[in-house]
Design a protein around this ligand. Structure first.
Ligand SMILES: Nc1nc2c(ncn2[C@@H]2O[C@H](COP(=O)(O)OP(=O)(O)OP(=O)(O)O)[C@@H](O)[C@H]2O)c(=O)[nH]1
Ligand SMILES: [Mg+2]
Length: 462
């Protein structure tokens, strides 16, 4: 990742899939100069003497066959741009060869190709957005449904970051007062009474806990892909769960409806040679679907929880017992298309009781037959879908969870110190720890590592 913002960068900013409109984005001190030899404005205007943001129609003069390409420039000459640097967006046809040619022409003029996420990184380094907002930019790009989009937009608007900043500001004031009284110990000056310090700490803790809930609402906070075993009652879901997790906790029994709640466990999967990375997933065992629905209140709740888990899964493993005919629910479930579903034919060690369903992976929890194939299928599916949808604002939860916990621990220690009339030096040290944790969340305190983690997920042009 390149942390210097003193050169001029350019990239295609519109979707790779094409579209009616294509965008090439340029940012940096020489943004205007890059376009001077290429752009002919349709109206008399001097790019170098603009004082406010402006839309300018015109043509780009290209070398080679394309010759002239009509376009519109959106120009930000001043620090009010996204990156707080002179910036230009060239809006033109969405055709890839046109965009490539424009990009090359711009790169020939003293600009370099932007790295993934570099525009947003510059916005962050310039103080235009905080880290939670940078993650929200990614969330907006990758939102898979209205709910995700809404959440990302709220986070982008600064809602989440602002609350962290407010808590941080109050703790900073508190720390300043504690440090001031350390400086003036001889003069017996008290800047804050212990009761007031306690009140501040309590408020900070409560606000942080509430915020913590919002942040991790999206999931378990671990940001792992969720793979859910589901299917009719008694098809062998829990047996498979136990086998895949090397866990013996899920109860397996002959009766239907054994699993009444959902269980979840983190599993390390085989390493696909190609990517060289270990895959960690969260595997979830659910209550079986039963024709009788929830016969009682607990059953009802179990069915509800099962549907919720199935809904939010990244991959659904529909388990179908091979030793008996399909039931009407299974037949109708199979009729619905679902790209995030794999079919698992369970109890493959028993004599088959039905014809094979296309695409099903035969497995046996008793003999382990087919388990390796199932593992590979899971990893392949997740690798493919991760390419399409890399993790979005859930990443904020994953990144912040640890800092949030550390901050809460420091606040709690600080409170104990005040209650026990402990030393003010120690109190100041705890407050500094708490502030450090909060600073990491919003990016006021950051390391290259943190930035790499956030920005390496972006694609080029954002
Ligand atoms: N022969 C054979 N029996 C299996 C296999 N997998 C599970 N069973 C048996 O099928 C029955 C149900 O297994 P479970 O794993 O509890 O099934 P489940 O789908 O979790 O059931 P519910 O939680 O009730 O929905 C048990 O008696 C298991 O021993 C298998 O691969 N082969
Ligand atoms: Mg079960």
């Amino acid at each position: 990742m390149n942390y210097h913002a003193d050169d001029t960068i350019a990239a295609i900013a519109s979707s790779m899939q094409g579209g009616a409109r294509g965008i090439v984005r340029i940012s940096g001190p020489l943004a205007m100069e890059c376009l001077l030899p290429l752009f002919h404005a349709a109206e008399p205007v001097s790019l170098q003497h603009l004082t406010a943001a402006r839309r300018i129609p015109g043509d780009l003069e290209m070398p080679g066959e394309l010759s002239r390409v009509p376009c519109e420039l959106f120009v930000w000459p001043d620090p009010r741009s996204y990156t707080r640097q002179p910036s230009i967006e060239i809006h033109t046809y969405g055709a890839r060869p046109v965009l490539d040619a424009i990009l090359h022409a711009v790169l020939d003029q003293n600009a370099r190709l932007a790295e993934p996420g570099e525009f947003t990184l510059r916005a962050f380094l310039a103080g235009r957005i905080d880290l939670t907002q940078a993650e929200a930019v990614l969330g907006v790009i990758e939102a898979r449904d209205q709910a995700e989009l809404k959440q990302a937009l709220t986070q982008l608007a600064g809602g989440l970051g602002r609350k962290f900043h407010q808590i941080r500001d109050r703790l900073l004031n508190l720390l300043a007062d504690v440090e001031a009284s350390l400086d003036f110990t001889d003069e017996d000056l008290v800047f804050r009474q212990p009761e007031e310090v306690l009140r501040e700490l309590d408020t900070a803790e409560q606000d942080l806990r509430t915020l913590g809930k919002t942040v991790v609402e999206r999931g378990t906070g671990d940001d792992l892909p969720r793979v859910v075993l589901f299917g009719s009652a008694n098809v062998g879901k829990s047996s498979l769960f136990n086998l895949l997790t090397n866990w013996r906790h899920a109860i397996v029994a002959d009766e239907s409806g054994t699993t009444r709640d959902w269980l979840s466990e983190v599993v390390d999967f085989a390493i696909p040679a190609a990517s060289g990375k270990a895959w960690k997933i969260r595997l979830i065992d659910t209550a079986g679907w039963s024709a009788m629905g929830g016969i009682d209140e607990i059953g009802e709740a179990a069915q509800g929880a099962m549907l919720r888990e199935v809904e939010r899964a990244d991959l659904r493993l529909l388990c179908l017992d091979r030793s008996r005919p399909l039931n009407p629910w299974e037949i109708s479930t199979l009729e619905s298309t679902d790209e995030a579903r794999n079919l698992v034919g369970t109890k493959a060690d028993l004599p088959p009781g039905r014809a094979e369903v296309a695409g099903e992976i035969p497995v046996s929890a008793d003999t382990s037959e087919g388990i390796q194939r199932l593992r590979s299928a899971i990893v392949e599916h997740l690798a493919r879908s991760r390419e399409r949808n890399p993790p979005s604002v859930a990443s904020t939860a994953a990144r912040c969870g640890e800092s949030l916990q550390a901050t809460l621990r420091s606040i709690s220690t600080a409170r104990t110190l005040v209650q026990s009339r402990g030393s003010e030096e120690l109190l100041a040290a705890e407050l500094r720890q708490a502030l450090d944790g909060l600073g990491r969340i919003v990016g006021a305190v950051y390391t290259d590592d943190i930035l790499d983690r956030v920005f390496s997920r972006f694609c080029i042009g954002k």
